[in-house]
Design a protein around this ligand. Structure first.
Ligand SMILES: *Cc1c(COP(=O)(O)O)cnc(C)c1O
Length: 388
């Protein structure tokens, strides 16, 4: 273990917490029943465990258990929300608003809908990564059916003003969806206070298992309709068919429960680690902090570095730390991060960017080593560049 690089890619995914794993294990073997089997104890056990997770999730966002629809993750939840609303409300209107810095799991379903004739407005962000609320108001039309704005950005950690956006959408009678994959149980979320109608969640950014997530679907004030995107046995009140994966759902609930219990102390600890990392790195010249300095996830630090080649920078850092450049989630492509270019960065600067995702299992010692190695790497790359 000790020879492996320090894991600092916690926005891409996180290890499963041992406590989460322990909660999941009995549901693979002993309590393996199909939660839809209503005639025997095997089914009841599974159903009871799922009910508990549903309650934990609902409470975490101030919803009711009936408003939680389990999915395979946030990608599926985003698809279900966006395509589901488009299909259910197309007679009311065919205009959707989203934001340039959204995850591809939001942007791509919107692009797909465009091919079907929907009109998509993509709002820009300000230099700090936050949307301009008056631009949102201006973009709203009488045929707008959906506004989709994420809670916390997966690259730059920026938190969008959900309550303000929710108030604007509610006043105009427009459904508000938020991708909260990075935010759930890390920042306070309240679908009532924030007037959120649909919210996408996932477990694996929160020390839960991969392959499970949920969509919150508002049932009253107002009742939101979504057309199912997967048909079958009518599970999840017809919105998402398919046998529920009990172990994953149990793990999701446990992960949220733990994160909520530890939210205050963990936020404080991660903020301190991030600040100490930034304090070290910002001593160098030509380093930019990407995203709002305080309106961001506690564990996120994203920087751009002038005067170095992005690929060489990553290569130099990789032996010591597992990190991503800004273009993390689309790392299969060579395009610069759409999030960083949305902040106004040139392609070159966008490439020379590092996303530090500090998580539950990182220590102050590790962050110190990361700071020292990053400073040394940038220094030697700049020296080389000057000698050429
Ligand atoms: C990770 C992530 C997703 C995708 O979630 P999966 O559960 O992996 O499908 C969507 N949106 C954001 C903001 C993310 O960070």
């Amino acid at each position: 273990m000790s020879n492996r690089p320090i894991y600092l890619d916690n926005h891409a995914t996180t290890p499963v917490d041992e406590r989460v794993l322990a909660a999941m294990l009995p549901y693979f073997t002993e309590h393996f029943g199909n939660p839809s089997s209503i005639g025997h104890v095997y089914g009841w056990e599974a159903e009871a465990a799922i009910k508990k997770s549903r309650e934990i999730l609902a409470e975490a966002i101030n919803a009711t258990p009936e408003e939680i629809v389990f999915t395979s993750g946030a990608t599926e939840a985003n698809n279900l929300a966006i395509k589901g609303v488009a299909e259910a409300y197309f007679q009311k209107g065919q205009h959707i608003i989203t934001v340039a810095t959204e995850h591809n799991a939001v942007l791509d379903p919107c692009k797909y809908l465009q091919t079907l004739g929907f009109e998509i407005t993509i709002l820009p962000v300000q230099q700090d990564g936050i949307i301009n609320l008056s631009e949102l108001e201006k973009a709203l039309r009488s045929d707008t059916i959906l506004v989709s704005v994420m809670a916390a950005n997966n690259e730059i950690g920026v938190l969008q003003p959900l309550a303000e956006i929710g108030a604007i959408c509610r006043e105009r009678d427009v459904i508000f969806h938020s991708d909260a994959a990075q935010a759930i149980a890390k920042i306070p979320l309240d679908v009532q206070a924030m007037k959120i109608d649909l919210m996408s969640l996932t477990a694996h950014k929160l020390y839960g298992p991969k392959g499970v997530g949920a969509l919150y679907v508002r049932r009253r004030n107002p009742r939101v309709q979504i057309a199912p995107q997967q048909h079958g046995g009518g599970h999840e009140r017809g919105m998402r068919s398919g046998t529920l994966y009990t172990p994953q759902i149990v793990g999701f609930g446990k992960a949220v429960e733990i994160a909520l219990q530890e939210q205050a102390t963990e936020t404080q600890r991660l903020t301190q680690l991030r600040q100490s990392l930034w304090k070290e790195l910002s001593q160098l010249e030509g380093i930019h902090l990407n995203g709002h300095p305080t309106q961001r996830l506690a564990g996120n630090l994203n920087i751009s570095v002038e005067g170095v080649d992005g690929a060489a920078l990553l290569l130099g850092l990789q032996p010591v730390m597992a990190i991503s450049s800004g273009a993390a989630c689309s790392s299969a492509t060579t395009a610069p991060s759409h999030v960083l270019t949305a902040l106004g960065h040139s392609e070159k600067l966008a490439y020379a960017s590092i996303r530090f995702g500090i998580g539950r299992f990182n220590t102050a010692e590790e962050i110190d080593r990361v700071a020292q190695h990053t400073i040394a790497t940038i220094g030697s790359l700049r020296k080389q560049a000057m000698m050429v």
